[in-house]
Ligand binder design. Sequence first.
Ligand code: GLC
Length: 636
Amino acid sequence: MIRKYIYGTPIETDAVIEQIPPEIGKPDHLTFETDKDGKHVYSCTLADDDIVYGLGEAPRGINKRGHIYESFNSDDPYHTEEKRSLYGSHNFIIVDGDVCFGAFFDCGAPVTFDIGYTEHDRLTVTLSENNYVLYIIEGDSSYEIVREFRRIIGKSYIAPEWAFGFQQSRWSYYTADDVRKVVAGYRDAGIPLDAVYLDIDYMEDYKDFTVSSERFPDFEAFVSEMKDMGIHLVPIIDAGVKIEDGYDIYEEGKEKGYFCKRPDGSDFVAAVWPGRTHFPDFLNSDARKWFGDKYKVLLDAGIDGFWNDMNEPAMFYTDEGVDEIIEYVKNFDFGCNSASKYFELSGKFTGLANRRKDYSNIRHNINGEFVSHDRVHNLFGYMMTRAAAEGFKRLAPDKEILIFSRSSYIGMHRYGGIWTGDNQSWWSHILLNIKMMPSLNMCGFIYSGADLGGFGANCTRDLLLRWLAFGIFTPLMRDHSALGTRNQECYSMGDIKAFKGIIKLRYRLLPYLYQSYLDACNNNDMMIKPLAFGYPDDRQARHIEDQLLVGDSIMITPVYEQNAVGRYVYLPEEMRLLIFKDADVNRTEVLPKGVHYIDVALDEVPIFIRKDKELPLCAPAQCTAKLNREINDIFC
Ligand code: GLC
């Protein structure tokens, strides 16, 4: 049962595609109030054992209790526990207690979810603007509520099968020869690989839809050379368009009035990688169409995969911000001995990027209306990716194209996937990755994954192995790392045998994983679920967050702690344990319901088969193009 409540005059987000007649009156389950600032606030009490699910891309656990989250798409590379916002805003929550209900706050402006932070037994949701739509979803269980919710937001984007192959990225492989070396590194080592990413340096001066002719002479021939080797090249597209006379995208966008504006009607300017840029107004459907058509030049060159980045939108600084700092520094009393002044000074510089004040200065043209960015901030990345996906439909209707985005909002799940942004080579970030996957699935983002091995900081061999051993179960399986960090390709991490075994296992699992993925997309279901969703009557399973169900047949129990040689697992029923090594079963046993300690060496991957279920495997291959999908092993 779904009820819809409309408040004020909301800006259409297109998150929900099912026509639902609106209700008059107050929603059930939540108490409605208006706070002293006139903001709408919803709340309810939480019993000790209640779980609050949802919020998709957010820090902390599967159960979101105990923290405060703000939906405000943010470019922040430090995904630490105290953070309230990451790159996506997924305003769907479920309160799972004696009564179960879901709530979706469909609003492009910031929304705050205080989930037992201020008061441990209270959930409080505060909207920053009073024009929005609220959906209340009832069902017998959280799992059922998820499926109901997913039905009204429409089917998730389906990525091509090759996008389930292993993918290697780095900021940056600068030249065609650098890419060739990566491919040779993998092929020579016998480690499967399906894609290599082109980060910002493939472009001419970071200009979207250009390719450096110096670093990639004859790009088209290079794309096809790679394709012949079973490698897809995946270029990045950034939200900011470089301001440069003679650059066609800039000139066209300016002439047609397709860039975001300032309140005075001039084009809004912010600095990103190319220096000063304008942001295409993705909230404007004409601008969206225009930008979407620009992908043609790369599609024509044979490209069939893209990642859309910096689309919160990320801003390094604005002229206004820099001018304010200059003024501040000029008047700064350098003789002062106040600690707070010192922090204020350094904060001025670190606070130059992504200032709320700058965002507030952006204006959009939405169906002819001049709309403040504050009302639609969280829709920007979504609409960029929608522009791309709609462009692909027009330009290459028969082609299956990989597209995923950094920033997102519910609704975008129909157009593309997401990756979870700039994590770090930290052990805690494997766990964050594990806990985030089911929450993303609840919100429709099935094609997703983290930067395996970690983006920032230097990765170590053991960290990468453990992370990959989890990553083989996530739809997007991509190793990516930041400029200035140690090389993180599997062949550059010492003895390659263990990497080879783990990645080959991914390919052996591919028929099972891809089918589970398709089933989840086509049936509005989850591919990766918390244990509680599979075993709703099991009290212990209800609170386990580091074991997950993948597809219908298996439970995974990744090792995510440094120096661990195994881990404790909880089995909600009798299950068969398979320990894989070198992509084959090395040990197997049937374990009864209960707690067990299992040994898992660095080169091993544990998989549990659920009772009365089967796990089919095919033979591994160097890339999906060479994969023989015929099943050559079935475990049960
Ligand atoms: C952003 C992206 C990252 C990329 C970098 C350079 O930080 O999140 O993945 O490598 O920009 O383009």
